[in-house]
Design a protein around this ligand. Structure first.
Ligand SMILES: [Fe+2]
Length: 391
């Protein structure tokens, strides 16, 4: 018997060089940027962050630390090949030695792509289409999330929409990992309920899919189940009482755990099928996940009895005395209620999807890589049935 037959596959675990987490940490971001050797930064922010005045403490700290910067606020909605190119054009003229990205996953993913393409040449589409690979690391990226959702501050992944093909795909690789993540839950205190819900359900989906999928990764599974527990405890309160620091702290922590776990052990069918919904119909990622999650869980359940039973317990369901199958079923119910309480559920039809679109969605969804590690592998017919159930 070989070692490989006796033991599961080797695994690795990576994070940014430093993750700084806590209330008020953003006020010292500039000093940490300077400590990385950055003297001239591209400050890449999404417009909502700029309008909300959230950039002021970062700007103050950059100034105090002697770091020059130029602000690029062209990030709107999810990153596209065009919005990334616009940011690259700005970087070309500035020639920064670091990128400070502040915003939701879109700003963070844009920054990662700009650093990568800036160092390795070509266009972002060439990386998205696997026509070019990155050899060199780019300038350091400092990621400051202002939502609790994607966990993009700790993932070596950048998700980009190819506008012409209406295709949402991803680039991944160690060169995309931010150098530093500054996670300050204070930044999320003013988020509206809909953004809190969509981003929070995205984070829940990361943890839940990662925990239940068939990838072997002890670190990731540990973080994923804790993420489910933390998000289950805080999501409702963060949506309803957005000014509660404890709820916001919990959600940012849960999102961070979600990012760490999916960076190594991936997701599953919810993310596989949400990609086409966002790519073709512009539905925000978290909302697409919220729509699909209960349907994918119901489909996956026969292959996920043990992990779903654990999820039920993590979500506080009273599973004592239940069979593992009954406990797993409670997880699906619990998630459905959580989504409903957070402001859903919505249906695909509410997002402009029509009966005639289902075949194209199913075709794209069936081709997605993360489908292979879902706890129950869907056939083409299954994929179509899941989209239909969500319509
Ligand atoms: Fe996600």
């Amino acid at each position: 018997m070989t070692a490989n037959a006796q033991f599961p596959a080797p695994f690795s675990f990576g994070t940014p060089a430093e993750v700084v987490f806590g209330m008020g940490t953003v006020r010292a971001a500039g000093q940490r940027v300077a400590a990385l050797g950055v003297r001239r930064a591209l400050f890449l922010v999404d417009q909502g962050v700029l309008a909300g005045g959230l950039t002021t403490p970062v700007e103050d700290s950059l100034r105090a630390a002697g770091v020059e910067w130029e602000t690029f606020d062209g990030v709107t909605g999810e990153p596209t090949d065009r919005s990334v190119q616009a940011a690259l054009d700005r970087a070309d003229s500035l020639r920064p030695d670091g990128i400070v990205a502040m915003g939701g996953g879109s700003a963070l993913d844009t920054a990662k792509a700009v650093a990568l393409v800036g160092a390795n040449g070509g266009t972002v589409l060439e990386y998205l289409n696997r026509e070019r690979t990155a050899e060199r690391a780019g300038v350091p990226v400092v990621a400051i999330p202002t939502t609790s959702g994607t966990g993009a501050e700790v993932t070596p992944i950048s998700v980009i929409i190819d506008v012409d093909r209406r295709f949402k795909g991803g680039i991944s690789g160690p060169q995309l990992m931010p150098r530093l993540a500054v996670c300050d839950p204070e930044l999320t205190l003013g988020l509206p309920p809909s953004v809190t819900a969509n981003s929070g359900i995205d984070a829940l989906t990361h943890c839940l899919e990662c925990y239940a999928n068939t990838a072997f990764h002890p670190y990731a599974k540990l973080l994923a189940l804790e993420g489910v527990r933390v998000i289950g405890r805080h999501l409702r309160r963060a949506v309803v009482h957005g000014g509660d620091p404890a709820a916001r702290w919990g959600m940012m922590w849960g999102a961070n755990l979600g990012g760490l776990c999916i960076a190594r052990a991936g997701t599953g069918d919810v993310h596989a099928f949400a990609g086409p919904v966002s790519g073709m119909f512009g539905v925000p990622h978290g909302r697409a996940n919220a729509i699909l999650l209960p349907h994918v869980m119901a489909f996956s359940l026969p292959g996920a009895i043990e992990p779903y039973a654990d999820v039920a317990a993590a979500l506080g369901e009273p599973i004592a005395g239940l069979s593992r199958v009954a406990a797993a079923e409670r997880a699906v119910d619990a998630v459905r209620r959580l989504i409903a309480d957070a402001g859903g559920p919505l249906r695909l039809a509410d997002c402009g999807v029509q009966e005639g679109d289902l075949a194209a969605l199913a075709r794209d969804g069936f081709g997605r890589g993360n489908r292979a590690i879902n706890p129950r592998v869907a056939t083409e017919e299954d994929v179509a049935a899941i989209y239909r159930a969500a319509l």
